[in-house]
Design a protein around this ligand. Sequence first.
Ligand SMILES: Cc1cc2nc3c(=O)[nH]c(=O)nc-3n(C[C@H](O)[C@H](O)[C@H](O)COP(=O)(O)OP(=O)(O)OC[C@H]3O[C@@H](n4cnc5c(N)ncnc54)[C@H](O)[C@@H]3O)c2cc1C
Length: 391
Amino acid sequence: MTPTFDVIVIGAGIMGCSTAWQLAQRQLKVAVLEKEFVASGGSGKSSAIIRQHYSNELTARMALYSLRVFQDFEQQIGGESGFTTAGFLVAVAAGDRAGLEANMALQRRVGIRTELLTPEAILELMPGLFVDDLVVAAYEPESGYADPYLTVNAYAQAARRLGARFFQQTPVTAIRFDGDRVVGVDTPQGAFAAPIVINATGAWSAQVAQLAGIPLPVDACRVQVALFRRPPGHEAPHPVIGDFIHASYFRPETGGLTLAGLIDPTEAEALVDPDAVDEQVDTAFILDVGERLIARYPAMEASQSTGGYASLYAITPDWHPIIDEVPAGSGHFICAGFSGHGFKLGPAVGLMMADLATGVTDPLFESQLFRLDRFAKGLPIRGQYEYSIVG
Ligand SMILES: Cc1cc2nc3c(=O)[nH]c(=O)nc-3n(C[C@H](O)[C@H](O)[C@H](O)COP(=O)(O)OP(=O)(O)OC[C@H]3O[C@@H](n4cnc5c(N)ncnc54)[C@H](O)[C@@H]3O)c2cc1C
């Protein structure tokens, strides 16, 4: 007999697991179908920086809501997220000052703590940072980073405790409809039935949506991260730094390491088949990101490279996600395309997605902004910066 559920969630990344937990809390019978294992996609390799610097009110509110969950994770979800309050400093070029200050005003309106720092104040915060090219920076004392693998697995465990069933190594190969309504999915392990199916498959979401006959503007793109051991005298952890001038970011990692990556939109040009991505880091990338890191934090000249890895972003044309029922009234939902900045929003996205799927009429987070048809209508979401990755 076909196992029957209230909801099938496809994909066990942060979005699938957070959504499953929210749905299980509502006493719904949930199945999570994952082609590999929990957190095997982009979520498990995320840099998991939890900052709140966003250009629109909805995402800023979602980031703040999610930060509060990370700060109280053990109580609210159970298990560990590895959240560390390191502080987050975003440094922009002079030309982006107006955008920075507009974002900060918006953040303060929704209750986010953020301060404008002069170069002198930046040096007090992090002695050794190169500040000669900086005019101002925004600093969020409450922000930081999490352990992505722990976080996603904690959500999965929390969902399991409430009765959600996880089927790993269970790829969805077909999505079934009866007329206008979704009725279930097929996998090599057999069929699963449910009147609600949620595609939360990240970089694979376009290929999975194709199983429902829906073209989705989500590209899979390969992105890399490199790790460096801080030199003697610089062992102490530092704040998370978002450096617009060198289009890079870096944050402390356990073991005296600093993890560095890019916020360079050219990274989005590395489109790949998500099933054939090379997960090894390129030497050229280590050299490139290392130079950007040294330019901002000169002591890292004496650091030691300890490798890195590559993973996948799921990118939409405006670098914002698609959270929508497609077609309307079908029970088939998309929750994907988080474009390099979704991890920090995971707790809020789970709530938004569960509210949308269960027809909550007064949701805390209205999903309208993330409708799929914004692209066809020529109404993409716009931010303050050229770097859409920042949101
Ligand atoms: C290197 C890197 C650094 C990042 N840094 C940050 C950061 O600092 N801060 C931040 O907020 N965000 C960051 N992000 C982005 C963030 O991690 C992603 O937006 C988020 O993790 C996406 O989660 P997801 O659940 O949508 O996708 P995923 O984690 O990719 O999950 C999708 C899952 O679907 C499964 N799947 C695919 N096809 C099928 C199928 N047919 N059947 C069943 N299962 C299937 C996959 O195996 C996968 O497990 C980063 C991402 C990367 C890659």
